[in-house]
Design a protein around this ligand. Structure first.
Ligand code: ADP
Ligand code: MG
Length: 643
């Protein structure tokens, strides 16, 4: 158990002074850090009234000797820092030696603490920072700090407090953060007597994430990577589970929660082209690096960090997350509405007209006055009552638009539904020779490696609504959105091809009329446009002439594409060039891709399926919509009551 001493003045001055206790949550943060530093494996936080009247933290850490317990409340008293040099290599959470002093000065405190080698512990009572009572006390090893009436002597500060609900919520968030920072510690949080959180302290981050985020946490993708001497571990959300805000992005650097624009950017870059605009990934990421490679900002209120090598930190997070996202092979599942029996329970059984249903409150009298004869009639009526129709439960689950519903009634084989091709086994060319369609070229060689899943043979079953290709593989069926898939394939192709996109010279140049600003923007970016396969000329009066357009576009599409490109350029003026280029590639890919509703030949569909089934990078269209959803045999069996 380390001895506590006062910091030399010069060290104290090195440390930026600031408010430690702003609100109950900030006090909780400090107390939890102290408990963790004390080596606790079990920490309990209890609050009442948002933590304003009652805030207790109990730990089973090393405890304090009676003398140390008293020193702990002095300003700049710490057992964790002895010299200015120590500041550079600090590994414990707290090191300013002012948290307890600050909290004590604005509250009433009861402290109970005992070290393992002492037979009894000590109990202290403090009022506004002054020790008013001290006695020997029997207690378990560890420390219990009870803070009551926070800010009782600073009414001005009290005024800044929000409602108990808000303050309590902030305390909850502070506990959650520590629980995610220290999965090796079991945290329990009770709010007004009710248990809100309990983590097992297994040391497994996954368990802590699950306890904090619930089922959403269970769906997150594991991340594990090394980059130089940087290590990244944690969990990130699937692109389809993106959130409307960044509130669930949590980063730790060497166990300390940090707010870092650099790390946010590294994370979000990894999701680029996989996530919808205005959505954000969630994460719990731990970055570990040598203590001297990071400057933890020593301002108490801030959680910012400065990396010695920003590039290494960025790359470690960026490539780590990217790798995790690419490794992930599962595709989103078709979502069924609650299955039929659940709905049956909720909706009342249709009644035979012979039976009058008692209204609410009439039930008793209804049964009381029923004679034996009436009862007989009633039960026969119930038996003869029409059974509830299955409401076409399975059909309702897969959304069918009304027109298509009519089509379904008329024919089993939908217009455009191709007949079944024979079984196709990717690695061995047993099945019929693959027709090689022109418009959908083979993937780039390095993208051809087959993931594990491709080992199971698959076959294309057909196409639904001229839009979704159905593929069967083992116990799974896949519904592939042909437009989204083709768009992504084209996009990747355009992106991989860093040089100019092959273009076609037009016999008759296409005039494109736009507003003056857009014309100016396009003309100012002819180089970028050339990379995208466009050659344009000024043609006076709000018009440009497209002389050359990308090979994959029709002149009509090229016109639309130029319009969107102008818009992209206008809105992305201040964005980075690669982003604008990506946006443009989206536009070109989207325009050039086959459309939903179009009739597509079987070999073309097959070529698309082949790529989707074998490539890892084809999970989402460039706008973040899924390309493929699965429908498992199990799911269907459930719908049909076979399991
Ligand atoms: P710091 O954590 O920056 O050292 P604090 O004011 O938070 O400063 O705490 C002062 C000292 O009190 C700590 O250095 C530590 O030795 C001791 N201390 C505080 N809380 C605990 C605890 N829960 N268990 C054991 N020792 C503690
Ligand atoms: Mg501390």
């Amino acid at each position: 158990m380390p001895k506590i001493m006062e910091l030399p003045q010069h060290v104290a001055n090195l440390i930026a002074a600031g408010e430690v206790v702003e609100r109950p949550a900030s006090a909780v943060k400090e107390l939890l850090e102290n408990a963790v530093d004390a080596g606790a494996t079990k920490i309990t936080v209890e609050i009442k009234d948002g933590g304003m009247t009652f805030l207790r933290v109990t730990d089973n850490g090393c405890g304090m000797a009676p003398e140390d317990a008293k020193t702990a409340f002095l300003r700049h008293a710490t057992s964790k820092l002895r010299s200015a040099e120590d500041l550079a290599a600090i590994e414990t959470m707290g090191f300013r030696g002012e948290a307890l002093a600050a909290i004590a000065s604005v509250s009433r405190i009861d402290l109970l603490t005992r070290t393992a080698d002492a037979l009894s512990g000590v109990s202290l009572h403090l009022e506004a920072g002054n020790i008013t009572e001290e006695s020997e006390a029997g207690c378990p090893v560890g420390t219990t700090i009870l803070i009551r009436d926070l800010f009782f002597n600073t009414p001005a500060r009290m005024k800044f407090m929000k409602s108990d609900t808000v303050e309590g919520g902030r305390v909850a968030a502070a506990v959650q953060l520590q629980a995610l920072a220290h999965p090796e510690v079991s945290f329990t949080f009770l709010r007004d007597g009710k248990q809100i959180l309990s983590t097992p302290g297994t040391g497994n981050l996954k368990d802590a994430v699950y306890c904090v985020y619930g089922r959403d946490g269970g769906k997150m993708i594991p991340v594990e990577s090394r980059w130089d001497n940087y290590t990244l571990t944690g969990f990130v959300s699937k692109p389809t589970d993106a959130r409307p805000s960044r509130s669930l992005q949590t980063f730790f650097v060497n166990g300390r929660p940090v707010v870092s624009k650099l790390l946010i950017k590294a994370l979000e870059e990894a999701y680029r082209n996989q996530i919808m605009v205005g959505k954000f990934p969630a994460c719990v990421l731990h970055l570990a690096l040598p203590a001297n490679a990071v400057d933890v900002n020593i301002h108490p209120a801030k959680t910012e960090v400065k990396f010695l090598s920003e590039k290494s930190a960025f790359d470690c997070v960026h490539y780590g997350v990217l790798g995790a996202l690419n490794k992930q092979t599962d595709r989103p599942q078709v979502q069924f509405k609650p299955s039929f029996p659940e709905r049956q329970e909720k909706s009342p059984t249709p009644q035979s007209p012979a039976v009058t249903v008692p209204r609410k409150g009439e039930a008793n009298s209804f049964f009381r006055t029923m004679t034996a004869e009436e009862y007989k009639n009633f039960s026969t009526a119930v038996q003869n009552a029409p059974q509830p129709k299955p409401q076409a439960a399975a059909a309702a689950a897969i959304k069918v638009d009304s027109q298509r519903k009519d089509a379904l009634k008329e024919s089993v084989l939908l217009p455009g539904m191709t007949k079944l091709p024979p079984m196709y086994t990717p690695p061995k060319p047993v099945a019929p020779p693959m027709p090689e369609p022109e418009p959908l070229p083979e993937p780039e060689p390095e993208q051809q490696e087959l993931p594990m899943a491709a080992e199971i043979p698959w076959r294309m079953v057909g196409e639904l609504y001229n839009t979704y290709i159905i593929v069967e593989q083992g116990e799974d069926a896949f519904l592939i959105d042909k437009h989204a898939a083709h768009e992504r394939i084209l996009f990747e192709k355009l992106k991989a091809n860093q040089e100019a996109i092959s273009s076609q010279m037009l016999l008759t140049p296409v005039p494109v009329t736009l507003n003056a600003e857009a014309v100016g923007e396009l003309l100012a970016n002819t180089q970028l446009l050339a990379e995208l396969g466009f050659e344009i000329d000024e043609f006076g009066d709000h018009t440009i002439l497209a002389r050359q357009i990308p090979m994959d576009l029709s002149p009509e599409d090229a016109k639309d594409a130029l319009e969107s490109l102008a818009a992209d350029l206008l809105t992305g003026r201040r964005e980075e060039k690669t982003k604008v280029r990506d946006e443009m590639l989206h536009t070109v890919a989207c325009k050039a891709a086959i459309k939903a509703g179009w009739t597509t030949s079987e070999p073309e569909l097959l070529a698309l399926v082949k790529q989707v089934m074998t490539r890892d990078d084809l999970k989402y269209c460039p706008h973040g919509r899924p390309i493929c959803v699965t429908l498992s045999k199990k799911q269907l069996e459930k719908q049909f009551k076979r399991s």
